[in-house]
Write a protein that binds this ligand. Structure first.
Ligand code: MN
Length: 292
């Protein structure tokens, strides 16, 4: 086992509003030049770093919009998000919970701050990740996985120094509840100051981490502060992280989907023709109906 080193630490620059409820740094593909292929199957990562939203009688968020060809994974660290979709699905993503939506052949959905949370306002922190689907699954049936924190796999680090939450894939012998179309691991490391954890993923898996809280040192040498993103090289398997203060770290590692990517707005397909078909199907109402 050789050590896997950090290739790049990204301190995300500008942020922008998605609708009026999500103030995000777009890290993948993002302004730092990460292509969708480079981090495949993770083709988009929007990060709402901690932001205070004042009370609002009308929930802030983003109105009805379509998706096709991939999955959206919403991880709520602070605040609550309510969602509704054209297949009749809906629910609330609570703090610490995850919603794994397989848009696949197409859904319309809307994403807003949860009504009661919105009335009180508060600190909001969230990640939205897009996980690509291989060509053979892009037009499969849409589905949801509402994953509560209680369902996550939990691996306790020695001496009560922290816990690794397994959302998808596995950490050591512990597995996560999400079902995925391609092999990937999605983990939260909740580490107390001084805690150290080792991770090992196949060298060809694209691997990265995002520090949500605290700050960490990778492999005893690379400092990654809060709200920074580290991309690893595709050489070596194992790396370690050490928490310099109480820290929360999201880790992503997945087998790349080596297929062409055609992307326009909310659609991610393999060819330009398929993107045009997606717009055509959307305009013809084939994504169903959802009230504003
Ligand atoms: Mn969406």
């Amino acid at each position: 086992m050789t050590t896997r080193q950090v290739e790049q630490v990204i301190n995300p620059a500008g942020k922008h509003f998605v609708g009026d409820g999500f103030l995000v740094h777009n890290i993948i593909p993002g302004s730092q030049g990460l292509s969708m292929q480079r981090v495949s199957p993770f083709i988009m990562l929007d990060y709402n770093a901690p932001h205070y939203f004042p009370p609002s009688a009308t929930p802030r968020g983003v109105g009805v919009h379509p998706h096709r060809g991939f999955e959206t994974v919403t991880i709520a660290y602070k605040g609550k998000v309510e969602h509704h979709d054209s297949s009749g699905g809906g629910g609330v993503i609570g703090e610490g919970d995850v919603q794994w939506m397989t848009a696949a052949s197409g859904v319309l959905h809307k994403e807003f701050h949860e009504k009661e949370w919105s009335k009180k306002g508060g600190d909001f922190q969230m990640v939205q990740l897009w996980v690509n689907l291989p060509a053979k699954d892009k037009m499969s049936k849409p589905k949801y996985q509402a994953l509560t924190n209680a369902q996550f796999g939990k691996y306790s680090l020695p001496n009560d120094s922290g816990v690794i939450e397994v959302i998808a894939g596995s950490y050591k012998e512990v597995t996560g509840p999400a079902s995925t179309f391609t092999p990937l691991h999605l983990l939260n490391a909740r580490l107390n100051r001084g805690a150290k954890a080792e991770f090992s993923f196949p060298a060809n898996y694209n691997t990265a981490l995002l520090v949500l809280e605290g700050n960490i040192t990778v492999n005893g040498k690379t400092l990654v502060p809060a709200n920074n993103f580290a991309l690893f090289k595709n050489e070596g398997e194992t790396f370690s992280i050490e928490a310099n203060e109480n820290s929360i770290v999201l880790l992503l590692s997945g087998e790349p989907i080596n297929e062409p990517i055609a992307h326009h707005g909310p659609f991610v397909m393999n060819t330009k023709q398929e993107i045009l078909e997606a717009f055509d199907d959307f305009n013809k109402g084939k994504f169903g109906y959802l009230e504003d």
